[in-house]
Design a protein around this ligand. Structure first.
Ligand code: 13P
Length: 276
């Protein structure tokens, strides 16, 4: 599995590959252009919600393939289904040509989580499979259930999943107050399972938090909120400054600079630039 090797390479060499969640063709284009400029491999995260918004998984796949071809993108690009809630969604994405899927059964029992993850690994030998253990919080420091080390060890042993997302204090969305990341837990997980780990809820963390996470086994970092904030800020400002503009081409193109700034900044913190 060539594309998994990119993540292994990051894991072994102390950097992380960014997963930038995308929502449409322009968004994807700006991410790809900036990653190409910085010579960084990239994971494009697509949620079930976004796939539905676009019209289907195949549409997402075709947008990415079309951009790679027309823009002469040469960096490794991994198309990933983020937080799938069912096996059916994973299978549809894999059938459409996604390289990687995350099955999110973190709210089910460990046994159920193991069962579905294991079946996806066994039935899809050419797909990267990620699972989550524990509960990553949402908006603020609420709802976090830190992963249990034994659970992580067990799911790895029984499923051989390629990527594991532990809950170690990150949250999806906006942090309220100081994030409280448990690096000791991360270190213990790394020592026990020696598998690339995934950070969910990357938006809003400090450079130090990223670097310490990477040195403790994080090899994939998911970013969604920060891109969405850059997108909405640009559109709002553009419309404020150009209240009579009605051409969606100019309106949506106005996000390019801000989106690229976020991508460029994070790539350098994660150390994934100049890796091609
Ligand atoms: P943020 O929205 O906090 O960046 O988290 C993204 C994420 O983890 C997607 O899976």
């Amino acid at each position: 599995m060539n594309k998994y090797n990119e993540i292994i390479k990051a894991y072994k060499n102390g950097y992380a590959i960014p997963q930038f969640n995308t929502i449409n063709a322009e968004y994807t284009r700006y991410i790809l252009e900036e990653c190409e400029k910085e010579k960084s491999p990239v994971i494009l995260g697509v949620s079930e919600k976004v796939a539905k918004h676009l019209g289907g998984f195949k549409v997402a796949k075709n947008i990415v393939d079309g951009l790679i071809e027309d823009l002469n993108i040469t960096i490794p690009v991994i198309l990933h289904l983020d937080h799938a809630k069912s096996k059916e969604a994973c299978e549809k994405a894999i059938k459409a040509g996604f390289d990687s899927i995350m099955i999110d059964y973190s709210s089910y029992t460990l046994e159920e989580n193991i069962k579905i993850t294991k079946s996806l690994v066994l039935e899809n030998p050419n797909t990267i499979i990620e699972c989550e253990v524990g509960t990553i919080g949402k908006n603020g420091n609420e709802g976090i259930i830190y992963s249990n080390l034994e659970d992580i060890e067990k799911i790895k042993r029984e499923t051989n999943a390629h990527l594991i997302a532990p809950s170690f204090g990150t949250v999806h969305g906006v942090y309220k107050g100081e994030p409280r990341l448990n690096f000791n837990l991360l270190k213990e997980i790394k020592n026990k399972i020696d598998t690339p780990l995934v950070m969910h809820g990357g938006s809003g963390l400090s450079d130090e938090n990223f670097k310490e996470s990477i040195s403790n086994g994080i090899a994939k970092i998911n970013i969604n909120t920060e891109l969405k904030q850059a997108w909405t800020k640009s559109i709002r400002e553009f419309l404020k400054n150009n209240p009579t503009e009605t051409d969606p081409v100019y309106i949506t193109e106005s996000v390019s600079e801000e989106l690229k700034k976020v991508v460029s900044k994070l790539i350098k913190i994660f150390g994934s630039n100049n890796r091609i």
